[in-house]
Design a protein around this ligand. Structure first.
Ligand code: TEU
Ligand code: CA
Length: 563
């Protein structure tokens, strides 16, 4: 496979509203990111993905864009953005913005014009349909609850929104709309952006004409997953977008793609794929249910292991997935994937090692490098996120008590990942001098950057070690390009794999069991030569010959050099 500039990079997601507030209004901002660039550089980050900072009424935290060419004043100005691009460049860092083009905001000029004249030029930028015999055009359910159709005020037209009603969907079938989007993408790339994270992109192709699908809840509506599985031809849009924009700038793009069909993977991320990479959501969706959060199940270590290996297998020789344990839509990874006994620093480091050493482009979500955990909401009023509020309603609807519903929201709420970044042990974790827009997680006196940076055995320290291993010239080739081979698969709660390189094999072993485990490495092929312990989350390391003894939740990375 041809080598690309981004193959050996490490990426970091910034959720700007919660990263660092430079002016005391309680809201993180672009100047705040600027102030913390050196923190990110020191950690070893090469690529920054910044969640939306465009002009937005913030019905869905900036994922509802009112003007793609403006920065929302709560985040700063276009000048701040230009400064950020320049300062990142000085530090050899690449900036990605979020590309949200399945929908915009109902406050976008195009949508306002569309509402004034649904049959006119801008009406065709959206899906505007009339109800037939009092029946909506189809029975799809929006991701945030309720039908996808909302009436255009004062008319008998309805517009389509697969997310919130303040997020009207674009009509990608319209070439004029596509042109307008490409122009905007190129405008940003010409400014010096390195690329984009591409939001909810699988939704841009709708199966047309609109029709009903079998309902999966008592509301008579059907799940969007089912609808999208039936859509054909998204490749025509994505291929065109690639050729008209990304390709011209050698941009790095990472798609938020759910539910692609296995045989489509080469089209998405193979040579000349639509995107450079896409997130691996295999373990994110494990245990999720179309019925809602109340029906979700937390994955066990064995599930986690199976999901990771499945993704490694199907992407091998095809392309590079972007590996994550969390993002702004998910609970904190350490709260979701670790067994109860491992909810401590050792366990957090175990999870870090296991996902980070996989083949692909590792993404770190802000605070993950500190082992930030889910927060505690004492009442639903403390929750801001639209999605969580809908899921709470849903729990009550199917018969859970308020207390039980809150427990479910506490685990799955998207706000778990959106609490302010914990910089230090001072008021509001040093995030703001004012009142934070969302309460700081009360655990900040114990978990914060200042404390961790000053300690050699912190979670932060292991992330730094993992990142620097990725760019260590002796191991880089194996870490970036080596094939992943799962080993010891019969050992329950042991996750082990070998990265096969030209100069060495690198063995990665983690113990998700709360007990010591003795493991024989005899059955593993290769793995001969000079042994070097590269990473270890414990103080001790017991290996003699082919026998390895692991402490509870221990993780080790061992290189076997051939020459
Ligand atoms: O998420 C898209 C997505 O598929 C969602 O269904 C996601 O799984 C859901 O938020 C979980 O509750 C993207 C963004 O990442 C998300 O923050 C936005 O809300 C959404 O698009 C709409 O732009
Ligand atoms: Ca601010």
């Amino acid at each position: 496979m041809e080598q690309k500039w981004w193959h050996n990079k490490t990426a970091y997601q910034i959720y700007p509203k919660s990263f660092y507030d430079s002016n005391g209004d309680g809201i993180g901002d672009i100047k705040g990111i600027l102030e913390k660039l050196d923190y990110l550089k020191e950690l070893g980050i090469d690529i920054l993905w910044i969640s939306p900072v465009y002009l937005s009424p913030c019905a869905d935290q900036g994922y509802d864009i009112a003007d793609y060419y403006q920065i929302d004043p709560q985040f700063g100005t276009m000048e701040d953005m230009d400064t950020l691009l320049a300062e990142a460049k000085k530090r050899d860092m690449h900036v990605l913005m979020d590309l949200v083009v399945n929908h915009c905001s109902d406050e976008h000029e195009w949508f306002k014009k569309a509402c004034e004249d649904p049959d006119g030029e801008y009406g065709k930028f959206f899906y505007m349909e009339k109800a037939k015999d009092g029946k909506l055009p189809c029975n799809w359910r929006s991701y945030f609850g309720g039908p996808v159709w909302e009436q255009v005020p004062g008319t008998d037209y309805y517009y389509l929104h697969v997310f919130h009603k303040k997020q009207p969907d674009f009509n990608w079938e319209n070439p004029k709309l596509r042109e307008s989007i490409y122009r905007m993408i190129n405008w940003w790339l010409e400014k010096g952006l390195a690329g984009f994270r591409i939001d909810a992109i699988i939704n841009i192709k709708k199966p047309l004409p609109f029709r009903d699908y079998p309902a999966n809840r008592e509301d008579g509506l059907c799940d969007m997953g089912q609808v999208l599985a039936d859509a054909r031809g998204i490749g025509e849009f994505l291929g065109e977008m690639r050729d008209r924009t990304f390709k011209l700038h050698d941009a790095f793009t990472v798609g938020e793609v759910f539910n692609e069909k296995e045989e489509e993977l080469p089209d998405f991320i193979g040579e000349n794929g639509y995107f450079s990479s896409m997130f691996d959501f295999r373990q994110t969706v494990e245990g999720k249910s179309p019925l809602g959060w109340y029906d979700c199940r937390k994955p066990e270590p064995e599930d986690y292991k199976r999901c990771c290996f499945e993704s490694q297998r199907r992407s091998e020789g095809v392309g590079y997935l972007a590996n994550i344990i969390e993002n702004h839509d998910e609970p904190r990874g350490v709260s979701h994937y670790l067994p109860d006994g491992a909810r401590n620093e050792r366990g957090k480091k175990l999870l870090a090692v296991m996902y980070f050493m996989l083949k692909g482009i590792p993404f770190i979500y802000q605070g993950q490098e500190l082992g930030m955990e889910n927060t505690v909401f004492k009442s639903i009023d403390e929750v801001d996120d639209v999605g969580s509020k809908d899921e709470y309603r849903r729990c009550l609807e199917v018969g859970y008590s308020e207390e039980e519903a809150l427990k479910i929201i506490n685990h799955y709420s998207r706000d778990n990942a959106r609490t302010p970044f914990q910089w230090n042990g001072e008021d509001n974790a040093g995030f703001t001098k004012g009142r934070p827009w969302l309460a700081v997680n009360p655990d900040y006196p114990d978990i914060n950057a200042e404390e961790q940076m000053g300690r050699k055995d912190s979670v932060y320290a292991i992330y730094r070690a993992l990142i620097s291993l990725r760019r260590n010239p002796v191991y880089e080739n194996t870490v970036v390009y080596g094939k992943t081979e799962p080993v010891l698969s019969g050992e329950k709660d042991i996750m082990a794999y070998v990265r096969r390189g030209e100069d060495q094999d690198i063995l990665v072993v983690g113990n998700f069991d709360g007990r010591d485990r003795e493991i024989s490495l005899e059955t593993i092929e290769g793995c001969k030569g000079k042994v070097t312990l590269l990473i270890n989350n414990c103080e001790d390391f017991t290996m003699d010959n082919q026998r390895l003894i692991l402490n509870p939740y221990q993780a080790v990375v061992i290189a076997y050099d051939r020459f």
